[in-house]
Design a protein around this ligand. Sequence first.
Ligand code: TYD
Ligand code: MG
Length: 454
Amino acid sequence: MAKVKTKFFCTECGYEAPKWYGKCPGCQSWNSMVEETEKVVKTQGMNSSLFTTKEKPLPIIEIDSGKEPRVQTGIKELNRVLGGGIVPGSLVLVGGDPGIGKSTLLLQTSHEMTQAGLKVLYISGEESIRQTKLRAERLGALSPELYVLCESNMELIEEAIESIQPDFLVIDSIQTVYQPEVTSAPGSVSQVRECTARFMRIAKGKGIATVLVGHVTKEGAIAGPRLLEHMVDCVLYFEGERHQTYRLLRAVKNRFGSTNEIGIFEMSETGLVEVANPSELFLSERPLGVAGSTVVASMEGTRPVLVELQALVSATHFPSPRRMSTGVDHQRMSLIIAVLEKRMGMFLQNQDAYLNVAGGVKLDEPAVDLAIAVSIASSFRDAPTRPFDVVFGEIGLTGEVRAVSRAEQRVKEAEKLGFKRVILPEKSLKGWKRPGGIEIIGVNTVAEALAVAL
Ligand code: TYD
Ligand code: MG
């Protein structure tokens, strides 16, 4: 007789407990525990070993590291986010809201992989093969080496993998796959976990690069991909505003590369188009010569990106003024406002301040400090900034402007896009040759920067 067990799982982090909690002891989130009955006939779970070869421990200097071989996916932005291509045998999770474009991205990737001479198996548990065919026709992704299967039973999926022997495998989505011997519903925590563990074994065992698609939902019914983050090699998030046409692909975990890189795509009728020059896109709707708008040169991974920062400072109607920011850290904004008050004598205590990064980009490096300060001061004084200035630099608590990394690359990007002046930390000027086509002004304090910029 199979044993029936009742367990409680946190849908956020996968914490497992014998009883229900209102607040998950693992990740402290509220109301995230769900009950699942499990009848496990045959345990093939996380506990069974992934690598079953019996090997002796080796001195580290004797281990042949080789180089991780990489397969270029044919989509440059995706290669960049993965750290230079996909590693055979790796398990990648692509998460994102429903409808954001995950299936489109992966079908396009699958097609590109076949162009590189690989055999691809695309398993859809969400759409019929006809729907997938229609989508592929629209995307121009018809290729004889692209195999499609609509299936959600793990056993049958494994059989298909066995018979096709693909080099690249897509599971769209992990929440639809189930193992018959685990009795809980598809998408439940134990199913998603078991199935992922099994795909991991298949990927590592056969050397198949595998991509799992996972929906992110706030509700408890479907196990969120966050649960799987520690099990897979790479976690990519596909994000974007629903009403905007571009999409960002961001790595939050990558065992084979950095997590700083972002990939930028634009949506079109015929699928996702790579954006080679993101600065142009982010600056395309910029108003010129207005108060509160500043262009900052920020590094997104290894690539400099110019983005517009907007501030609005206006008299408050509330007992304590509002401070709102999107795209930059709220704490950072408060800190810079405090510096402007104390060091520049600006009276901002009775002013609301709103800060927005155009285009939904998130700027999280300190080099954007100076641009935040210039935007806020510009809006507060109602003094327009010059439309062809680029500003970057970190601000210290005494109002000093501190050096930042990769000044040369940032300046070059500004020059390339036709900007006339760059205001940057004086201390960042050492050690590189200044390009001739752009005026460069080094500053040591916030006061100096504001005197130049406004
Ligand atoms: P889809 O890839 O199905 O999203 P997900 O798999 O994340 O749920 O895309 C959602 C819809 O958007 C779908 O109807 C196709 C459309 N779409 C385009 O028309 N062009 C595009 O470039 C993208 C990404 C999507
Ligand atoms: Mg989909």
